[in-house]
Design a protein around this ligand. Structure first.
Ligand code: G1P
Ligand code: ZN
Length: 543
């Protein structure tokens, strides 16, 4: 068994974000590419000599091969142990949990989240730190710097490890521990939720559908809902993770989870439906005939969290990303707990959780989570809803109706304009920036602008400042529009327009958010001129 130092040319411009490095699969398959990035990651964290790491991913194409490479490199770099999920499977929240409960030094997650998988699609690699959360920017920028100058990497010349079999094997002095990817996560869920109440609910005939979209949550959902809680066999659909996700786009929203939408909006719908994404951190919640927007989901979860054993003592605080609706703010106010408004992206929540300032957090982009791990967690959100339903004995639509009656309703929708010419999109927002100061006091389409600014965030824990985080135009009465450019889009610029209209309870205006948001959509066009500038009559995606 020998360790070889391979010569590799540096590659420039492969900047990892907090969600790691995401590229086309074929880019990752190029000679030395993955190796270069992994060696840079090991070097950026001060080497992995003597360390223990967690490794796994969402089952997408190239995950197994990448895992073999990473194991051989970890061994060559002197790691003591790598804990890897069988088949190289681990959902992102399960990996976060393992890093924490096994007290490892960090972990590597192989996923491109909700993006399609396959040789022609996407792959990704991300490093999580010892708190179980995505590596902070200080590490990701170091990785990037190293990838630009790196000239060699270390890898053992050994046979592949059999990742189908549970147990420990030696790989050049390093222990590879192949574990069941599901059990530790399912045990954690059992510790958070009232499984007895949930079992009783299923025993009484409660029906649900969980669409795992041929991605990683399938085995987790079957174990938790069908095996441990007694839901009907077949409750979980698309339950086997496939390398190409069966050709599905594993993004849990009404557009991509359309089979689930059709079932829940149709006749004979089960009482509850949910979907999750490629790596299991996103979720969508539905009731029979009812869609729950992610912002409302966060607010309902916060308002009812005390019905769930792990949160029975109350919440430390809550947090939402700035573009997420203010529905949860009203709940926090009623509960008398802090509500933090952070820039888009999960990393800002991690600091607040590590400091014990918040218990729950969420984003409008189908991400909800709590301090049980340091990633968003799709199945956790599903279980929160189920636990709340079991304790309240109400349907999803009744729970929502009660919530709106008590707190009022924040009608909400996100409009995405994709693949805009970058200069055009940036120019439009630069122009808006120049006119922000003139907006307050103006009447537009029957609405009065009460304030307009560009969001800047000072982290209450470490004092760091993140500026330029999106434009907010507030209208009197609690309505607003937020505009920002996507940080994850791959082609040109993606403009995200977040529309929100607050209507005090108890009676809402209409069931159709687009109708309720009509005046705000009109005012946005008047102020920003999206159609006028881009020539696009309507958004590409509405959620
Ligand atoms: C998108 C979402 C954001 C989420 C991120 C990673 O980022 O909007 O909420 O944290 O994906 O999942 P964006 O493309 O808007 O920058
Ligand atoms: Zn994801």
């Amino acid at each position: 068994m020998t360790m070889t130092v391979h010569q590799t040319a540096p590659f420039a411009g492969q900047k990892p974000g907090t969600s790691g490095l995401r590229k086309k699969t074929k880019v990752f398959m190029q000679e030395h590419f993955l190796e270069n990035f992994i060696q840079a990651t090991f070097d950026a964290v001060g080497g992995v000599g003597g360390k223990t790491l967690v490794l796994g991913g969402d089952g997408r194409f190239f995950g197994q091969e990448a895992s073999q490479t990473i194991l051989k490199m970890a061994a060559a770099n002197g790691a003591a142990r790598v804990i890897v999920g069988r088949n190289a499977w681990l959902s992102t929240p399960a990996a976060s949990n393992l890093i924490r409960v096994r007290k490892t030094d960090g972990g590597i997650i192989l996923s491109a989240s909700h993006n399609p998988g396959g040789i022609e699609e996407d792959f990704g690699v991300k490093y999580n730190a010892e708190n179980g959360g995505p590596a902070p920017e200080s590490i990701t920028s170091k990785i990037y710097e190293i990838t630009e100058t790196i000239s060699e990497y270390k890898k053992m010349d050994v046979d592949d490890v059999n990742l189908d079999e549970l147990g420990e094997v030696d790989l050049g002095g390093m222990t590879v521990e192949v574990i069941d990817p599901v059990s530790a996560y399912a045990d954690m869920m059992e510790g958070i939720f009232d499984f007895d109440a949930l079992k009783a609910m299923f025993a009484n005939g409660f029906k649900m559908r969980m669409d795992s979209m041929c991605a990683i949550t399938g085995p987790y959902a079957v174990e938790i809902f069908e095996n441990r809680l007694g839901a009907d066999k077949g409750t979980v659909t698309h339950a086997v993770p496939l390398p190409d996700f069966g050709g599905m786009h594993p993004d849990p929203n009404p557009t991509w989870a359309h089979e689930l939408m059709d079932e829940l909006m149709g006749t004979n719908a089960p009482a509850f439906g949910a979907a999750s994404d490629g790596d299991g951190d996103r979720n969508m919640i539905l009731g029979a005939g009812t869609y729950v927007s992610p912002s409302d989901s966060l607010a309902v979860i916060a308002a009812n969290a005390q019905l769930v054993p792990a949160y029975a003592q109350g919440l430390k605080g809550v947090a939402r990303s700035m573009p997420t609706s203010a529905a949860v703010d009203r709940v926090a106010e009623a509960l008398g707990v802090d509500c933090f408004e952070t820039p888009t992206g999960w990393k800002f929540f991690g600091n607040l959780m590590d400091a014990g300032r918040v218990s729950l957090c969420g984003e409008e982009s189908f991400g909800t989570g709590s301090d049980h791990v340091r990633e968003k967690d799709g199945l956790w959100a599903v279980l929160m809803w189920l636990n709340i339903i079991a304790k309240r004995g109400q349907t999803v639509s009744e729970i929502l109706a009660d919530h709106f009656a008590r707190f009022g309703r924040n009608y909400y929708s996100r409009h995405d304009y994709e693949a805009l010419p970058t200069e055009q999109a940036e120019g439009m927002l630069a122009d808006l920036r120049d006119r922000l100061k003139e907006l307050p006091g103006r009447e537009v389409c029957g609405l009065i602008v009460s304030n307009a600014d560009e969001f800047s965030y000072t982290d209450p824990v470490d004092g760091s400042v993140s500026s330029g985080q999106g434009f907010r135009i507030l209208f009197s009465g609690g309505s607003r529009v937020v505009l920002r450019l996507s940080g994850t889009g791959t082609e040109g610029a993606t403009l995200r327009v977040y529309l929100e209209r607050y209507v005090p309870g108890p009676d809402g205006l209409t069931e159709d958010p687009q109708e309720a948001l009509g005046p705000i959509i009109a005012a946005t066009e008047e102020i920003v001129g999206i159609t006028a500038t881009t020539g696009r009559a309507k958004p590409d995606v509405i959620t």
